[in-house]
Design a protein around this ligand. Sequence first.
Ligand code: AMP
Length: 119
Amino acid sequence: MGSDCLFCRIVAGEIPATVVRETETTLAFRDIDPKAPVHVLVIPKEHYADVATLAQGDPALAADVLATSAAVAEDEGLLGDGFRLMFNTGAYGGQEVFHVHAHLLGGAPLGPMLARNLA
Ligand code: AMP
């Protein structure tokens, strides 16, 4: 991907971000518009559009994203009280940036999973 992708540009160091953890294959940085006291985005450095293509294309890299998410959750002191880890995917999922990212949210009770019941 590269220059067209916002998160590829963050990986390349072309756009600043508040990085909280970096591994050989992943990067974790604070969301620019946090929705909770802790809101960190965890991405693979390699470009995959969404969690489905990542999981199908490189399951080991998907596992790296989960492992980095857990490490950040521990660093941020979230393991005791809990947290939410989610991947918005596609139009119905409300995805806006098409470089797969886990939202790690915590630091306060997060309320119901969805704002309203759609069932
Ligand atoms: P999503 O709707 O799941 O695609 O989420 C995209 C997220 O990226 C949103 O929570 C944005 O606030 C966040 N975001 C957009 N631009 C940046 C940026 N430059 N640095 C950090 N987070 C960003």
